[in-house]
Design a protein around this ligand. Sequence first.
Ligand code: SAH
Length: 212
Amino acid sequence: MMDTIQHRGLRKRLVQHLAQRGKFDPRVLDAILRVPRHLFIESSFGRFAYQDTAFPIGCGQTISQPYTVAAQTTLLEVAPKMKVLEIGTGSGYQSAVLCEMGANLFTMERHLPLHENAKKILEQLSYHPRFYYADGNIGIPTIAPFDRILVTAAAPSIPDQLLNQLSDGGILVIPVGSGKEQEMLRIRRCGDKFQMEKHGTFSFVPMLRGRE
Ligand code: SAH
């Protein structure tokens, strides 16, 4: 598991680029500075790991662009020890960023090879979220409620099950839309009410049903 001084230099440049492009929580940028993104993608793409782009990770899926990770994680307002549910483990990169922020993380993936790969790399890097090979539309009723829920795939609509699994004061960040682009929504639960804000357009792979 090599993380060289060159990689650290490239990460610093990536974080400077992100700080220029948007208004992100400094704690999120610190986490991005610490997570070796090059270890979450195929080595043939390694030299592009610190460019602000998405890459294929197998099973027709992609690792999210760093800008998107910074934006979603900032919107999520994670504090240490919070119970966080992530839907779409994918490469495991976003999971590592959430673990760096001190989240008590539960992460779900519907593709078995991605679930297994992410588990391997995160454990090697000493990140220890709980991994679920399952359909994220259902959430994890036995573990709910969650302080935070982050969906990293495009949902055609907001799954009721996820709203129900938010704690009072909890936040759900989810890209919603069935076209090429989706609207980033932040939904905050206040008792039985849900307040929704829109936070710009993004482009994600679709949130599908069932397991592969
Ligand atoms: N957070 C990931 C992003 C991966 S792309 C990363 O940092 O790499 C989105 C992921 O969501 C894909 O791996 C896809 O398989 C997964 N996904 C899509 N629908 C899902 C569902 N219903 N349940 C669980 N995972 C899902």
